[in-house]
Design a protein around this ligand. Structure first.
Ligand SMILES: O=C(O)C1=C[C@@H](OP(=O)(O)O)[C@@H](O)[C@H](O)C1
Ligand SMILES: C=C(OP(=O)(O)O)C(=O)O
Length: 483
């Protein structure tokens, strides 16, 4: 257990790490783009989840090397050193195409750790191999069923053996995946993203029709479709619920900057919102497909303000620790289009709101904390799928906030939260909260320490923040003026 940073006002500028969703898709596409040069991922997210995805594609046969990106040029033309965390790039030499068709009984073993995205997206890619690929992960992954995805793969000719309960890990898939016509119930959009990524590589004469029964999180599908478009992959869709994907296509090596992660940035938006502070965040791209940029609109409805600037807004000295210097600061380079800074301000008094989180399930923990600190009663709704993540995030957030003195009701599809910090602030007892080994719960609950400088929440499992955001606590401490 560790004590977390505590303050009441934030200020300064930090860089937000790369997007998890983009980095994992980039790794898989780069792996499938074998035989034709190498791909370059600039500023990938380097966290437990993306390292799991990286080691998965290495097990598949891709070769990944890491390099430090050159520091941006200073105004007088000298290269500047970037400390303490250098910005990195990953070079990926993909799997040579003939490797997919080698028949073998030798099992490829994959450990996805805590990463659902690696598991689901990777399972469909694994089904392109004519040899068994066995997936396993940590205790949380073992509780997350892959049933509808695995049944869809079976319908497309893949041999599936599950050792877990209800098609959860460990399980083994053995391709090759063929074309066909399937109905997919997609309680998670990741099942659809998985098929969309793998099906273009089925044999030339294959053609797959996918009809959807259920889909909540369109933005994640948009991220996948945008990658396919950039790759020149052909598909047809009618709205979000029917897709036709011809086989016999190929991915090509690419070079691309990974935009920063709006889901990670949401913790800092909420931190500024509950403390009435103004902060600046670099690396986010307002034109990116990530759905979690909608959290800006949620918080605007609650009284926050934000504006976008192009280019860095602060001098080198006042930038945060754990920063990731993006080459975009060098306006001569090709990645300069990602060069935005967001200024975000919380109001004196945050107001309650009713929020439909259907498209942004990952934002639930942070938004629940913001609602708990807002005047009035808020409702977070249409997000029952948040129960099927690393934890049942609706139940866990309700329980933890209640224990800390907030008035929260758990609903089947969300939470009703009476925004009142009085009990929390009055509590004379030592505040203890549990992170349930869930990175987003941990980062969200830690924000409450910004309100209780003298009596901080003691939170366990804080190391889990590194699942998607290594350096989270250092950045929070920096903005709090504690480093
Ligand atoms: O495709 C993706 O990159 C993701 C999809 C979402 O999952 P669901 O579709 O299950 O909501 C999200 O929770 C996850 O963190 C990342
Ligand atoms: C649900 C999440 O991730 P995943 O599904 O990749 O485990 C998350 O990052 O909040």
């Amino acid at each position: 257990m560790s004590r977390l940073p505590q303050v009441s006002r934030l200020q300064g500028e930090i860089a937000v790490p790369g997007s998890k969703s983009h980095t994992i898709r980039a790794l898989l596409i780069a792996a499938m783009a074998g035989g034709d040069g190498e791909s370059v991922l600039l500023s990938p997210l380097i966290s437990h989840d993306t390292l799991s995805a990286r080691s998965m594609i290495e097990q598949f046969g891709a070769v990944v090397t890491e390099e430090r990106r050159p520091a941006p040029a200073s105004p007088n033309g000298e290269r500047q050193e970037v400390e303490p965390l250098p910005d990195l790039l990953w070079k990926v030499r993909g799997i040579s195409p003939d490797k997919f068709s080698i028949e073998s009984d030798q099992v490829i073993e994959i450990d996805v750790g805590n990463s659902g995205t690696s598991l689901y997206l990777g399972s469909a890619v694994a089904a392109l191999f004519c040899r068994p690929v066995r997936f396993d992960g940590d205790a949380s992954i073992r509780k997350r069923s892959a049933k509808n995805l695995l049944c869809a793969l079976q319908d497309l000719g893949v041999d599936v053996r599950s050792e877990g309960r209800d098609f959860s890990c460990p399980y083994t898939v053995r391709g090759p995946i063929r074309g066909g016509s399937i109905n997919l119930a997609a309680p998670t959009s990741q099942y659809l993203s998985a098929l969309l990524l793998a099906l273009p590589l089925t044999a030339k004469d294959c053609h797959t029709e996918v009809s959807l029964d259920l889909l909540n999180e369109h933005p994640y599908v948009d991220i996948t479709l945008e990658w396919l478009k950039q790759q020149g992959i052909q598909w047809q869709n009618e709205d979000y619920d029917h897709y036709r994907i011809p086989g016999g296509q190929r991915y090509r090596p690419f070079r691309r900057l990974m935009p920063a992660d709006f889901s990670s940035a949401t913790f800092f938006f909420c931190a500024a919102a509950i403390t009435g502070s103004t902060i600046r965040l670099r690396g986010l791209d307002p034109n990116d497909t990530q759905g979690d940029k909608q959290t800006l609109d949620f918080l605007q409805r609650m009284g926050c303000k934000y504006s976008w600037f192009q280019g860095p807004q602060e001098s080198q000295e006042s930038q945060g620790p754990g920063r990731i210097e993006r080459l975009a600061q060098d306006s001569s380079c090709e990645e300069a289009e990602g060069n935005y800074t967001l200024e975000f301000s919380g109001p004196d008094k945050l107001q309650a709101a009713d929020l439909d989180l259907g498209r942004t399930p990952d934002a639930l923990p942070a938004m629940a904390v913001a609602c708990a600190c807002a005047a009035g009663t808020s409702k977070i709704y249409n997000v029952a799928h948040a129960r099927k993540k690393e934890t049942d995030r609706i139940r866990c957030m309700a329980e933890e906030l209640q224990t800390l003195g907030f008035s929260v009701t758990e609903n089947p599809d969300g939470l009703t939260i009476r925004g009142d910090t009085a009990e929390f602030l009055r509590a004379p007892r030592m505040r203890v909260a549990h992170g349930h080994h869930d990175h987003r719960l941990i980062m969200a609950l830690s924000l409450l320490n910004l309100l209780a400088p003298k009596d901080p929440v003691i939170l366990d499992d804080t190391a889990y923040a590194a699942v998607t955001f290594p350096g989270f606590f250092e950045n929070l401490a920096y903005l709090s003026g504690r480093t």
